[in-house]
Design a protein around this ligand. Structure first.
Ligand SMILES: [Zn+2]
Length: 175
Protein backbone atom coordinates (compact mmCIF):
# COMPACT_ATOMS: atom_id res chain seq x y z
CA UNK A 1 0.00 0.00 0.00
CA UNK A 2 1.40 3.37 -1.01
CA UNK A 3 2.47 5.84 1.62
CA UNK A 4 0.41 9.02 0.99
CA UNK A 5 3.14 11.21 2.51
CA UNK A 6 6.18 9.74 0.71
CA UNK A 7 6.65 12.94 -1.34
CA UNK A 8 6.56 15.17 1.75
CA UNK A 9 9.12 13.61 4.07
CA UNK A 10 12.49 13.70 2.34
CA UNK A 11 15.05 14.18 5.09
CA UNK A 12 15.78 12.06 8.14
CA UNK A 13 14.62 13.94 11.25
CA UNK A 14 17.42 12.25 13.27
CA UNK A 15 20.56 12.66 11.15
CA UNK A 16 19.36 15.06 8.45
CA UNK A 17 20.43 12.90 5.50
CA UNK A 18 18.30 12.83 2.37
CA UNK A 19 18.25 9.03 2.08
CA UNK A 20 14.93 8.83 3.93
CA UNK A 21 12.18 6.82 2.28
CA UNK A 22 8.77 5.30 2.88
CA UNK A 23 8.87 1.63 3.86
CA UNK A 24 5.10 1.09 3.84
CA UNK A 25 1.90 3.06 4.29
CA UNK A 26 2.78 4.29 7.77
CA UNK A 27 6.54 4.17 8.20
CA UNK A 28 9.75 5.68 6.88
CA UNK A 29 13.35 4.64 7.30
CA UNK A 30 16.68 6.40 6.96
CA UNK A 31 19.21 4.41 4.93
CA UNK A 32 22.09 6.22 6.65
CA UNK A 33 21.33 5.89 10.38
CA UNK A 34 18.49 3.34 10.22
CA UNK A 35 16.12 5.61 12.13
CA UNK A 36 12.48 4.50 11.78
CA UNK A 37 9.68 7.03 11.82
CA UNK A 38 6.04 5.98 12.15
CA UNK A 39 2.87 7.88 11.36
CA UNK A 40 0.51 5.60 13.29
CA UNK A 41 -3.26 5.99 13.40
CA UNK A 42 -4.40 8.84 15.62
CA UNK A 43 -7.39 8.19 17.86
CA UNK A 44 -10.35 10.53 17.63
CA UNK A 45 -13.80 10.61 19.19
CA UNK A 46 -17.01 11.60 17.43
CA UNK A 47 -20.15 12.40 19.42
CA UNK A 48 -23.72 11.74 18.36
CA UNK A 49 -25.65 13.94 20.74
CA UNK A 50 -29.41 13.49 20.63
CA UNK A 51 -31.85 15.93 22.14
CA UNK A 52 -34.93 14.70 24.07
CA UNK A 53 -36.96 15.09 20.84
CA UNK A 54 -34.43 12.96 18.91
CA UNK A 55 -32.72 15.65 16.94
CA UNK A 56 -29.00 15.31 16.36
CA UNK A 57 -26.55 18.06 17.21
CA UNK A 58 -24.34 19.03 14.26
CA UNK A 59 -21.63 21.66 14.18
CA UNK A 60 -20.11 23.88 11.52
CA UNK A 61 -16.33 23.79 11.00
CA UNK A 62 -14.51 27.04 11.65
CA UNK A 63 -11.19 26.01 10.08
CA UNK A 64 -9.75 23.95 7.24
CA UNK A 65 -10.01 21.18 6.26
CA UNK A 66 -13.59 21.53 5.00
CA UNK A 67 -14.03 24.96 6.59
CA UNK A 68 -17.69 26.04 6.71
CA UNK A 69 -19.11 22.54 6.22
CA UNK A 70 -21.19 20.60 8.72
CA UNK A 71 -19.57 18.14 11.09
CA UNK A 72 -20.20 16.20 14.26
CA UNK A 73 -18.58 17.38 17.48
CA UNK A 74 -15.44 15.63 18.67
CA UNK A 75 -11.71 15.65 18.12
CA UNK A 76 -8.34 14.02 18.60
CA UNK A 77 -7.22 12.36 21.80
CA UNK A 78 -4.35 14.01 23.63
CA UNK A 79 -1.42 11.88 24.79
CA UNK A 80 -2.26 10.17 28.08
CA UNK A 81 -5.98 10.66 27.69
CA UNK A 82 -8.65 7.96 27.37
CA UNK A 83 -10.94 8.23 24.38
CA UNK A 84 -13.85 8.83 26.78
CA UNK A 85 -11.97 11.68 28.49
CA UNK A 86 -11.16 13.07 25.04
CA UNK A 87 -14.81 13.14 24.07
CA UNK A 88 -15.99 14.80 27.28
CA UNK A 89 -13.24 17.43 26.98
CA UNK A 90 -13.93 18.15 23.31
CA UNK A 91 -17.67 18.60 23.86
CA UNK A 92 -16.96 21.01 26.70
CA UNK A 93 -14.43 22.96 24.62
CA UNK A 94 -16.48 23.13 21.45
CA UNK A 95 -20.00 23.52 22.82
CA UNK A 96 -19.82 24.20 26.55
CA UNK A 97 -21.90 21.07 27.15
CA UNK A 98 -21.45 18.43 29.83
CA UNK A 99 -21.72 14.84 28.62
CA UNK A 100 -23.34 12.79 31.39
CA UNK A 101 -23.35 9.42 29.70
CA UNK A 102 -21.56 8.01 26.70
CA UNK A 103 -22.18 4.73 24.91
CA UNK A 104 -19.64 3.31 22.50
CA UNK A 105 -21.13 2.42 19.12
CA UNK A 106 -18.30 1.46 16.77
CA UNK A 107 -15.08 2.67 15.17
CA UNK A 108 -14.49 3.92 11.64
CA UNK A 109 -11.09 4.09 9.90
CA UNK A 110 -10.54 7.39 8.19
CA UNK A 111 -7.98 9.76 6.74
CA UNK A 112 -7.62 13.44 7.53
CA UNK A 113 -5.78 15.99 5.41
CA UNK A 114 -4.08 18.76 7.32
CA UNK A 115 -1.57 21.13 5.72
CA UNK A 116 -0.66 18.62 2.96
CA UNK A 117 -0.09 15.71 5.35
CA UNK A 118 -2.47 12.74 5.23
CA UNK A 119 -3.12 11.36 8.69
CA UNK A 120 -4.72 7.98 9.25
CA UNK A 121 -7.35 8.20 11.95
CA UNK A 122 -9.35 5.72 13.97
CA UNK A 123 -12.63 7.44 14.77
CA UNK A 124 -14.48 6.13 17.82
CA UNK A 125 -18.19 6.89 17.61
CA UNK A 126 -20.19 7.42 20.80
CA UNK A 127 -23.83 8.18 21.49
CA UNK A 128 -23.74 10.88 24.16
CA UNK A 129 -26.28 12.08 26.64
CA UNK A 130 -26.44 15.75 27.59
CA UNK A 131 -28.98 16.76 30.26
CA UNK A 132 -28.92 20.48 29.77
CA UNK A 133 -28.48 22.46 26.54
CA UNK A 134 -29.16 25.88 28.14
CA UNK A 135 -25.55 27.06 28.01
CA UNK A 136 -24.61 25.74 24.58
CA UNK A 137 -22.04 27.91 22.84
CA UNK A 138 -20.07 27.52 19.58
CA UNK A 139 -16.39 27.79 20.54
CA UNK A 140 -12.92 26.47 19.79
CA UNK A 141 -12.82 25.07 16.23
CA UNK A 142 -16.53 25.33 15.46
CA UNK A 143 -18.39 28.48 14.43
CA UNK A 144 -22.03 27.38 14.65
CA UNK A 145 -24.31 24.49 15.51
CA UNK A 146 -27.80 23.26 14.73
CA UNK A 147 -30.19 20.46 15.64
CA UNK A 148 -31.43 18.23 12.80
CA UNK A 149 -33.57 15.12 12.66
CA UNK A 150 -31.28 12.28 11.45
CA UNK A 151 -33.56 11.55 8.49
CA UNK A 152 -33.07 15.12 7.27
CA UNK A 153 -29.26 15.13 7.34
CA UNK A 154 -27.91 16.17 3.93
CA UNK A 155 -24.64 14.34 3.38
CA UNK A 156 -23.53 16.90 0.81
CA UNK A 157 -23.39 19.58 3.49
CA UNK A 158 -20.81 17.58 5.44
CA UNK A 159 -17.33 18.28 4.13
CA UNK A 160 -15.27 15.40 5.48
CA UNK A 161 -15.61 11.99 3.85
CA UNK A 162 -15.17 10.45 7.28
CA UNK A 163 -18.30 12.18 8.53
CA UNK A 164 -20.27 11.07 5.49
CA UNK A 165 -19.39 7.50 6.49
CA UNK A 166 -20.71 8.17 9.99
CA UNK A 167 -24.00 9.45 8.56
CA UNK A 168 -24.42 6.24 6.55
CA UNK A 169 -23.74 4.32 9.73
CA UNK A 170 -26.26 6.35 11.75
CA UNK A 171 -28.92 5.66 9.17
CA UNK A 172 -28.07 1.96 8.91
CA UNK A 173 -28.15 1.43 12.66
CA UNK A 174 -31.14 3.51 13.59
CA UNK A 175 -30.23 4.44 17.15
ZN1 LIG B 1 19.12 9.25 9.59
Amino acid sequence: MKNPNSHLFNFCPRCGEKNFTAVNKKSFQCAECRFNFYLNCAAAAIALIFTPDNKLLVTRRKYEPAKGSLDFPGGFADPGETIEECLVREIKEELNLDVTKLTYICSVPNTYQFKDVTYDITDFIFACKVENFDHILAADDICDFEFIFPDLLDKNKFGLDSVKKVIDMVRANDF
